[in-house]
Design a protein around this ligand. Structure first.
Ligand code: ADP
Length: 462
């Protein structure tokens, strides 16, 4: 039987370029699909961070990655913008990418059964397939799955930019691109795709509501029959303390003692007091409103007056940079604030902390909680989106559960959840059992990749 052919289009892919979780997904799901017997090719822009000569590379067990080259558009350090904001020519850049992605299929003679598009940067692919390429026999059988990684980033542009897409003005209506007078790429992508998915079952329900739909809940409701949610997995070839070369010392459930060597080294590097009994609390996050940092800001002084150490790694909105810098000055002894993107430090934090915070306002899936499970670092999360689908409240009596959770988006609820974690931390034996238990949880791609194959099959049956 011929292999199912999938083109996976993403604006960022680990290990070539990353700003967030999408890159992790794009760098691991295709490999898991290939292992299930599919023929998967990945396509992405060739940014300055892509240190590969030529037009393609391979990933994992031989998944081909095609790069779209255009020095003016993509040979830049950042992916979507710099400190002055989004790049002014983002629409030109991703119009070019989407057109070239389809042309590249032809050049490679790769006729995809499914094109899996991810987020607004790829949303013009289904639009072009249904317009410019509508009668092109090469794509006659190609179907599109559009995967939403975050509803909040929709690709909005001024109306004046509409002609850049080369489409007829008749598509600038409320039924296609028009969104409160602007051009909305994600909206058109949702309308033109054969099916829509998002990265957790809970988020798939949430985005149908006003609170989480970011204005597109109405459009999504009209497509509810083809909308589903599949929880992301993570790649245990990378996110695994037993093989991780970036941490101070490798460890696993069998030699959990070595996790505490990592803790001591992290304490040392952070200029903290070296003491295994002091709980270390970490956060690694884009510094954006989505991530619940306003809640953190409200509890942080009370938290840091307790016997804890706090380490933050993140970059993003300037207001949070200012806020955390000030906080570090108020609590110099037990905080370490690292306002940058640093993949090595990230892994050291996952390994060296006891507790990991994700108080997100919303979270399509979230990878941090899954990574911290594997590293034996107990997550404290808000029950939303993928956090709700992956973290279960721990109960000291029954020993059920995998972390600490809260639902109401208020600082006191968050603080209570952190305090619950700290209480259990003081029950040494219960804590260690919890740490060992979460390290054994399986959030690999195995189950989720199989769910994608089922979804592709369903799309092709229609
Ligand atoms: P999002 O995609 O919304 O940013 P996710 O939890 O899905 O959130 O994925 C975030 C990923 O990016 C995780 O792998 C996390 O470890 C990583 N990450 C976030 N900020 C940083 C940073 N400043 N340095 C290194 N890694 C980071």
């Amino acid at each position: 039987m011929e292999k199912l052919k999938v083109l996976f289009a993403s604006s960022e892919v680990v290990p070539f370029a990353k700003t967030g979780g999408l890159a992790d997904v794009a760098g691991s799901l295709p490999i898991a699909l290939e292992e299930l017997g599919l023929d998967v090719r990945v396509i992405m822009p060739k940014y300055a961070s892509v240190k590969v000569a030529g037009k393609e590379a391979t990933m994992g067990t031989g998944v081909k990655v095609y790069f779209i080259e255009h020095d003016d558009y993509f040979n830049r350090k950042e992916l979507y913008g710099d400190k002055f904001g989004d790049y002014q020519d983002n629409l030109d850049r991703f119009v070019f990418f989407c057109k070239e992605a389809l042309e590249r299929c032809k050049k490679e003679n790769f006729r995809p059964d499914i094109i899996q598009c991810n987020d607004w940067q790829t949303a013009l692919i289904p639009v072009y397939l249904n317009t410019f390429y509508k009668y092109d026999p090469f794509f006659a059988k190609t179907k599109v799955l559009f995967t939403i990684h975050n509803m909040a980033y929709q690709g909005l542009f001024d109306k004046e930019q509409f002609p850049k897409m080369g489409l007829d003005w008749s598509l600038f209506t409320i039924n296609y691109f028009e969104f409160y007078g602007k051009v909305n790429l994600m909206k058109a992508g949702l309308i033109y795709s054969d099916a829509i998915s998002t990265v957790s079952p809970t988020y798939a329900n949430e985005i149908l509501t006003k609170e989480f739909g970011c204005g597109l809940e109405g459009v999504l409701k009209t497509r509810q029959d083809v909308l589903s949610g599949i929880l992301n997995g993570i790649d245990y070839g990378v996110w695994n303390p037993a093989v991780d070369k970036k941490i101070f010392k490798k460890y696993s459930v069998e030699n959990i003692e070595d996790k505490y060597l990592n803790k001591e080294m992290l304490q040392k590097e952070s200029n903290f007091k070296i003491d295994r009994d002091i709980p270390t609390i970490g956060i690694i996050s884009r510094l954006a409103d989505q991530k619940g940092l306003d809640l953190l800001a409200k509890i942080i002084d009370d938290l840091l007056n307790m016997k804890v150490q706090f380490i933050l790694l993140g970059t993003g909105d300037n207001k949070y940079h200012v806020l955390f810098e000030k906080m570090a000055k108020r609590h110099p002894k037990n905080t370490s604030i690292n306002l940058k993107f640093d993949a090595v430090l990230a892994q050291k934090i996952y390994a060296g902390c006891d507790i990991f915070l994700m108080p997100s306002r919303y979270e399509p899936c979230g990878l941090g909680q899954m990574i911290s499970f594997k590293y034996g670092t107990v997550p404290v999360v808000r029950q939303t989106g993928g956090l709700k689908d992956s973290v279960e409240e721990f109960d000291l009596k029954t020993r059920k559960g995998s972390g600490f959770t809260f639902e109401t988006y208020k600082p006191e609820y968050f603080f209570n959840a952190v305090k619950k974690a700290l209480q259990v931390y003081n029950h040494k034996e219960a804590w260690e059992a919890l740490v060992k238990k979460i390290m054994k949880l399986d959030f690999s791609w195995k189950a989720s990749a199989a769910d994608y194959v089922k979804l592709y099959d369903n799309i092709l049956k229609k």
